[in-house]
Design a protein around this ligand. Structure first.
Ligand SMILES: Nc1ncnc2c1ncn2[C@@H]1O[C@H](COP(=O)(O)OP(=O)(O)OP(=O)(O)O)[C@@H](O)[C@H]1O
Length: 250
C-alpha cells in the first residue's frame, strides 16, 4: 500500500471508523468507546468534550496511536494504524503526530532545547538545532533555549511542550486538556497559539477540554457521552457549548 500523509479519496489526515475500546473483561469490562466515527480534515481545529468518563482521552489516545482500539479502525492518510506492529507504529507516530499533555511532562533537569530535542534523540535521530530553534520561536520562546523548565512560568512550560510536539512537523497535534493546569489568561494565550498554528500554518489540531470557552477556539466541537458521539457543533459560541454540555450532565 502506498503511504501518503493525506487520504486522497477522503481528504482527511486522520479518520476513525466505528471505534470501540473495551477495558477489562467480563463483568468488570468498561466500554470506553462504543462505535465512534470521526474524520479530521487538514487545517482544522476540533475540540472533544463530554462528561467525565465519557471517553474523551480514550478517543484521543486511539486517534494518536497511543492506545489500540478493540474494534474498528484508525487511518492516518491511507495507512490503517490500529493493527501495525508496535515498532512500526512508534516510528509513524513520531513523524506524524504530536501530543501535548495537561501536566506539560517536561524533563526538569534538561534545558528547554534539550526537552524539545528529546523525542528525536530517543528515536536515534541527530538533533537539528535549526528546527529546535524554529519550533521555540514559533511558540514565542526564542532566547529561552538554555533555561530549565523550573525557571519558566506554567504557560511558558506548556509552550515548550507544544514546541516539542511541533518540532517533527506532525500532521496532527493532539492536546489533552492543554490549559487544565493554567490560569484563565495564560490558558487563552495557549489556545490562541494553537489557533494561530491552524490558521497560519494549516496545522490540524484536536483538543480535549472541559472548558466551553476553550472549545470556542475550535472550528467544531464533538460531544461524547458514555463512549458515543452524541453531537457535533460547528463554530459554536462558548454559551452554546456550555448549554449543550449541561444538558449532557458534563
Ligand atoms: N486503562 C484503563 N483501564 C480501565 N478503564 C479505563 C482505562 N482508561 C480509561 N478507562 C475507563 O474508560 C472510561 C473512559 O475514560 P476516559 O479517560 O477516556 O474518559 P474522559 O472522558 O477522558 O474522562 P475525564 O474527563 O474524567 O478525563 C472511564 O470509565 C474510565 O474509567
Amino acid at each position: 500500500m502506498i503511504e501518503t500523509a493525506r487520504d486522497i479519496d477522503t481528504g482527511t489526515v486522520a479518520r476513525a471508523e466505528d471505534l470501540h475500546r473495551v477495558y477489562g473483561r467480563g463483568g468488570a469490562a468498561v466500554r470506553a468507546l462504543n462505535g465512534v466515527s470521526v474524520a479530521l480534515a487538514p487545517g482544522t481545529f476540533t475540540a472533544v468534550m463530554g462528561p467525565s468518563g465519557s471517553g474523551k482521552t480514550t478517543l484521543l489516545h486511539c486517534l494518536a496511536g497511543m492506545d489500540r482500539p478493540t474494534g474498528g479502525s484508525v487511518r492516518w492518510g491511507t495507512t490503517e494504524i490500529s493493527r501495525l506492529p508496535e515498532r512500526r507504529l512508534a516510528e509513524l507516530r513520531r513523524s506524524r503526530v504530536g501530543f501535548v499533555f495537561q501536566a506539560f511532562n517536561l524533563m526538569p533537569a534538561m534545558t528547554v532545547a534539550q526537552n524539545v530535542e528529546l523525542p528525536g534523540r530517543l528515536a536515534g535521530a541527530r538533533p537539528d538545532r535549526g528546527r529546535v530553534l524554529d519550533a521555540l520561536a514559533r511558540v514565542g520562546l526564542a532566547g529561552r533555549e538554555r533555561h530549565r523548565p523550573g525557571q519558566l512560568s506554567g504557560g511558558q512550560q506548556q509552550r515548550v511542550a507544544i514546541a516539542r510536539a511541533l518540532v517533527s512537523r506532525p500532521q496532527v497535534l493532539f492536546a489533552d486538556e492543554p490549559t487544565g493546569a493554567l490560569d484563565r489568561a495564560t490558558g487563552h494565550e495557549i489556545l490562541a497559539l494553537l489557533r494561530t498554528g491552524v490558521d497560519q500554518e494549516g496545522q490540524t489540531c484536536v483538543m480535549v477540554t472541559h472548558d466551553p470557552v476553550a472549545a470556542g477556539y475550535a472550528d467544531r466541537v464533538l460531544l461524547l457521552a458514555d463512549g458515543v458521539l452524541v453531537d457535533e457543533l460547528d463554530r459554536p459560541s462558548a454559551a452554546q457549548v456550555g448549554e449543550r454540555l449541561s444538558r449532557l450532565g458534563g
